[in-house]
Every structure is written in C-alpha cells, then in structure tokens.
Design a protein around this ligand. Structure first.
Ligand code: URA
Length: 433
C-alpha cells in the first residue's frame, strides 16, 4: 500500500477502506508517513468529505492510537461538555463547578487556543500557579475530590489527534465535518466520560459558518458518538458575536467567576445554563432540560459552584488569594479604547474579526509553539442590539505589545457593525437529538 494512492483515492471522491485508513493513521503516528502527505490527504477530505462509516473508522483509529484515561474506582456519573470552538467561549469554566455541585463528575480534557478560537487551557494558565498538565493519578485525585478536573492532553492520549490537529491548523483543513468529528470524539471517548454534551457553534466566529453546516456537524457528532456507545446531546449555539463581555485569558477566567457570583452577562449565562442543564439530565439528576436548568440555577444561588471553583484552583496549584486580588487589575499596560463612530443601533460585534484581532493582541497564537499573554484581551461595553451615541465606549483593548495593538485595532474597529440588529436565537436543540 502507498500513501499517494490513498490520497488519490480520496481526491477522486472514493470511500477509503479500513485498511487504507489504518495504513495512513498508523503510519503517520509512527513517523513513517510525512506531514506533506497527510496534509494532502486532509485537503482531499476537506473537499470530498467522508461517509459516516469512514468517519467512524477514522475516529476509532485515532482513539486507539493511544491510551485512555482510567477512571475506575471513582464514583460517576461522568459527563463532559465540548465546544466546537468559539470566541469568548468560556462556558467550560462555569459549568464544570455547577454540575460538580450537583454530584456529576466532569473529567475535562481541554485544548489550547488555535486559529481564531480561544482555548480553555490558556485561560486557566493565566491563574497564577495553576497547573494544566496533570499526571493521570493527580487528575483522578482532583476529579474525585472536587467533582471536576481540568487537564491538557497527555502525550499518551490520542497522539493521532495531537499531530493531526496541529497539521490541520496550518494547512487550511480545520473546517471539515468528518475531521472535526474524529478529532473531538476520539479525545472525548479517551477521557472516559459516559455521556457528552456538544456545543456546536455556528456563525462568523465558529468553524461552521451557517446553521445548516452546524446541523450537519451536530448530526455527525451525535451519530458517530452514539455508535461508539456514548449518550450524546448536541446544542447549536450562535457564534456571530463573542460570548459574554470579555475575550482574553485572565479576563475570561475573571468573567467566569463573576458568573458564579451571580454577575454573569445574559448571553453567557443562557448558553452555559442550557449546556449544564443537558449535562445534569444525562447524569440522571433530572428528567428534563428544564428540570436540569432549575437545579443548576438553584445550585448557583446556593454558592457551592463558587466554592468548588476556588477549591479547584487550589487543588491544581493555583494561588486563590492572588487570583482574587488580580480581578479588575490584571491587564496589560499596552491599551486603547474603541468608541462609537456614530449614533444609532449596533447590529453586532463580529466574532470572526474579534477572534483574529485576539491573535494579534496575544490572546491566541499563530503557531502551536507560540506563547500567549495572560493579560491581553478585550472588554466589550456594548454589543449587538444596544443603542449608542457617537463617542460612547464600546471596547477596552489590551495588547501584549504596541505592534500587536496596532495590528488589532483596525480589525476591532471594523468588527463593530451599525444598523438594525438581526434577530438571533442563541441556543437551539439539534433536531435529531
Ligand atoms: N476542536 C477539536 O478538538 N478538534 C477540531 O477539529 C475542531 C475543534
């Protein structure tokens, strides 16, 4: 078998056999098939797609490329949530302590910012002392104690995704439904959750730009995950505007904590609570999503999620006092303001442009090895649907350096759209659930 024949078969739109996919993925992980051939194959998949059967085989091969997290000996239920990627998307930080306070264990294995989307691990790393690379034994201990633990992928877990995702990110092949399905599900099955809630984002700031593609991705995740024996719910959520009022690493941790203290912005709370409600349902603590949501709201009002959030900071090596003291002041000294250029309605703040500006500010990265800034980011004072008067403050902007600020500001100005606000439905059930 030769890699070039597999690439040409996919380029011609043929369904690849299990043997072909095994040869390709196995050879790539073993270092026998070079990046350039796997890139060409990924581009062929991007254009030709994959059948459901091929997607299932690819997911299984990626999953079996490494070890799985062993959660034996810890009481479940184990339920996790995964987002397909967005801007200002910090729901994981908020919902993990909420569902943990209701007796659900959330073994959360997350990623870093890549492309224009943010990463949970980079946000958590902004907390002084917090460690996001946990050994399996430590991950288990913290999960059992706090009800949730947050870690990055280890070298042993799904190495095929670690290699493939980094390659896709720099070869224009991220936005492929089968490749996203296999990437996400292989990681999520490896981490040991019994049930999963997917936050499938659609809109300018998502990988799926419209609702129809979002629905296709949701169906692919649900069908493939169900075939692997997992209970799955997918929600479709709007990512045309950044979620919440903060975009940036420490800024988003700070806003997550605000949510746990009852001061969360409405859009962020809505998406978080709808996702958490499904996790509670899948964990068997409520019969309906409405019942799950009521439990989450009750838990928030009781304050236990806030306590668990701080307990987790301590468990993962973070300095709780420093974290609390840094709120409101841990900002880069290189800063600017964006003010309204005219009076009238803001129709939206474009998440795509904000996400790209975020990379220049230092929130995200262009290459996997780049470092991110904890203190760069944007605070939004106005968003779509608000009425502004010329000169009103719309954004505070913080950058790692002057060059980053200069590159980001025109994009952020352009992100502000004026006019009649479009009607947006923030959260939708995926119809096939
Ligand atoms: N998130 C992932 O983990 N993988 C993808 O391919 C896209 C989003």
């Amino acid at each position: 078998m030769r890699a070039v024949d597999i690439i040409m078969n996919k380029r011609a739109g043929k369904e690849l056999s299990r043997e072909e996919l095994t040869f390709l993925i196995g050879g790539y992980v073993a270092g026998e098939i070079p990046d350039y051939q796997v890139s060409a194959w990924a581009m062929a998949v991007f254009f030709q797609g994959m059948t459901a059967a091929e997607t299932a085989v690819l997911t299984e091969l990626m999953l079996n490329s490494g070890a799985r997290m062993d959660l034996s000996g810890i009481d479940g239920p184990f339920v996790d949530k995964h987002s397909t990627g967005g801007v200002g998307d910090k729901t994981s930080l908020i919902l993990a302590p909420i569902v943990a306070s209701l007796g659900i264990k959330d073994p959360m294995m997350s990623g870093r910012a890549l492309g224009h989307t943010g990463g949970t691990l980079d946000k958590l790393d902004a907390i002084p002392g917090y460690r996001t690379q946990l050994e399996p034994a430590e991950f288990r201990r913290i999960l059992a104690k706090d009800g949730f633990a947050m870690t990055g992928q280890t070298r042993d877990i799904v190495p095929a995704d670690r290699l493939l995702y980094a390659l896709r990110d720099v070869t224009g092949t991220v936005e492929s439904i089968p490749l996203i399905t296999a990437s996400i599900l292989s990681k999520k099955v490896a981490e040991g959750a019994d049930a999963l809630v997917f936050d499938v984002k659609f809109g300018s700031g998502a990988f799926m730009k419209d609702l129809a593609d979002g629905e296709r991705l949701a169906r692919s995740l649900v069908d493939t995950g169900t075939a692997m024996g997992k209970r799955i719910i997918a929600l479709l959520t709007d990512m045309n505007e950044p979620l919440g009022n903060m975009m940036g690493n420490f800024l988003e941790v700070e806003e997550s904590f605000d949510c746990l203290e009852g001061r969360g912005p409405a859009d962020l709370m809505e998406v978080t609570l709808e996702l958490a409600a499904r996790m509670v349902m899948l964990g068997g603590k409520a019969q309906t999503a409405a019942g799950g949501r009521a439990l989450c709201e009750e838990a928030l009002a009781g304050g236990k999620p806030r306590t668990l959030f701080l307990a987790n900071i301590e468990s993962q090596g973070g300095d709780v006092k420093k974290f609390l003291d840094l709120r409101g002041v841990y900002r880069s000294p290189v800063s600017a303001e964006i003010r309204a250029e005219k009076s009238g309605y803001l129709s939206r703040i474009d998440a795509w442009k904000v996400g790209h500006a975020g990379v220049d500010l230092g929130v995200g990265r262009n290459r996997t090895e780049d470092a991110v800034s904890p203190t760069a980011g944007v605070q939004f004072h106005r968003k779509g649907g608000d009425i502004v008067t010329a000169g009103d403050l719309i954004m505070n902007v913080w950058a790692r350096d002057e060059a980053g600020l200069a590159a980001a500001l025109p994009q952020l100005r352009e992100a502000v759209e004026y006019g009649a606000p479009a009607k947006r439905k923030l959260v939708m059930e995926a119809e096939h659930q």
